[in-house]
Design a protein around this ligand. Sequence first.
Ligand code: PXP
Length: 249
Amino acid sequence: MSLLLGVNIDHVATLRQARYARMPDSPNAEPDPVEAARDAMAGGADSITIHVRGDRRHMQEADAFRIRDAIPLPLNFEMGVTGEMTSLALRLRPDFACLVPETREEITTEGGLDVAGGFERVRATVDDLQAKGIRVSLFIDPDIHQVQAAARSGAAMIELHTGCYANASGDAAARELTRLAEAANAGHAAGLQVNAGHGINYTNIHGILQVPHLAELNIGHSIVARALGCGMTDAVREMKRLMTADPND
Ligand code: PXP
């Protein structure tokens, strides 16, 4: 089976919120995450990933429903393990839900979910979601104990946190790849679908491809950053064209 790509478009909403957080209904509110999802689909995305955080710093609930209704790709909903998010997921009915740890101060999801430590709460959330047909993934560090706890929880999938690998170099990066491979082997042996994500970019992707059993990668920041780079020339050219056009034309 070929490796699938889930594109995380949270940062498109981050950019919109930077200007329009207090004017959510402004007709000028841009960029629109729905358009970004459509463009990602045109580029070959296999699914769209969004995270509605407790503090609503980027995606809003309305974005989640608009993307679900407009985009004919599987929707992967990242969520904290809270009653608020479970009830939102049950209304939204995404194809997948990925349970992540969430703290207000963090810049992005900074570590894996402690499934072993918060086992009963995680298992209850997995049950609630999967009973309604939403396949659940647990975002965990590449740690065998967490993989085993994830398997006991009944979740269908794990997403291995690749952030330590992404931030390492040389021998340290090689050690992180070994940890990822061991966790992936353990997850596969336990019957879990094994995904991976966080900090994957156009350079470190080569190492990730050495990890066995991966079904899907979730990539956000680097793709959104690259999209800005690719699109800047055209965006400026179009504005210059409008500025120099004859107003009487
Ligand atoms: N997977 C999970 C569970 C995440 O929380 C994130 C970040 O939102 C990603 C993947 C994507 O990470 P990045 O933006 O670094 O590609």
